[in-house]
Design a binder for this molecule. Sequence first.
Ligand code: NAI
Ligand SMILES: NCC(=O)COP(=O)(O)O
Length: 323
Amino acid sequence: MLVLTQGDPASIAPEITAAVWQKLRQNGPAFVYVGDPSLLERRVPVQTVRYLSAGADIFSHALPVIPLHLATPPAPGEPDRRNAASVLESIRLAVELTLSGEASAMITNPISKEVVQGAGFHHPGHTGYLAELCQTPGNEIMLLAGPSLKVVPITVHVALREAISQLSSDLIIRTARTVAAGMQRDFGLSNPRMAFAGLNPHAGEHGLMGREEQEIILPALHTLRQEGYNVSGPLPPDTMFTPDARAKYDVALCMYHDQGLIPLKTLDMAEGVNVTLGLPIIRTSPDHGTAFDIAGQNKADPRSLEAAIRMAAALAENRRKNA
Ligand SMILES: NC(=O)C1=CN([C@@H]2O[C@H](COP(=O)(O)OP(=O)(O)OC[C@H]3O[C@@H](n4cnc5c(N)ncnc54)[C@H](O)[C@@H]3O)[C@@H](O)[C@H]2O)C=CC1
Ligand SMILES: NCC(=O)COP(=O)(O)O
């Protein structure tokens, strides 16, 4: 059984959850939602459960819910910090259920970083929080996977200036090792082809336009090659996402968030999935955020959440086979 978190109650999370249940209820994969039932019950039939295992028999006719309670009724599109505690409790409980093995994987609905940070949360997103809850901080890696492309941002939710100062050969090497292990264990790629972006225009053009390629990226790739990894780069970032270039690698490791997420969302927004590697559990998520601007208007596209649920089930099955 899979477990799905509530996400921000004022976001598109309730409507995409209801839409995806309608799509999956006959043939699965089945999931149990951890959140306030009132967010869903005017859209779809809902049945509260105490245990995940009860969800299987219910899923075809009602959306099974482990109930949590909001502090205040949400208005779509108007995030409210008073509900941050229930957003975080849903994530905490889903991690607990997945770590214990009751759930084979967890999927997270989108949250507003600003709302939860305003309520005292000190992580820039789910990824670091999940690592803290799993007691494996420092090993977590964000992978975005779509039908056309897989990308990993090596630096993530920091200002661009800070991203450049965070880059180091050690960070690149550690990230690549975790990516390769995740590709092997969860995606069934025995020796994944990892392509590294340069940081600067033209990948620095031999130092003419920046020295990070020569001083940081190339030494890291040298070490990774010696360890037997299949690596290429640093590649000029402006051409490494063309169809021909993409055919030559399995995953692109990018130096900062938007270098990887712009091509991923341009090519695959509707079906992109965010996967956290380096955790003892499987976690996926849609690639988009809270979309407060369209919340409650039935305009939200549920396909990325559907893809996240399908991918969680597939990764759990791969992990079971590889165990
Ligand atoms: N996994 C997560 O919890 C994520 C959370 N966020 C958070 O979401 C909040 C808003 O971030 P933004 O950068 O504005 O990104 P966003 O993805 O929420 O919205 C960007 C644009 O895409 C549209 N959009 C997003 N999802 C859509 C869908 N399913 N169907 C149709 N249109 C859709 C929105 O309407 C908006 O115009 C921030 O607090 C951010 O931190 C962002 C990404 C992932
Ligand atoms: N840009 C990706 C994103 O914001 C997702 O972050 P997280 O909540 O998965 O850490």
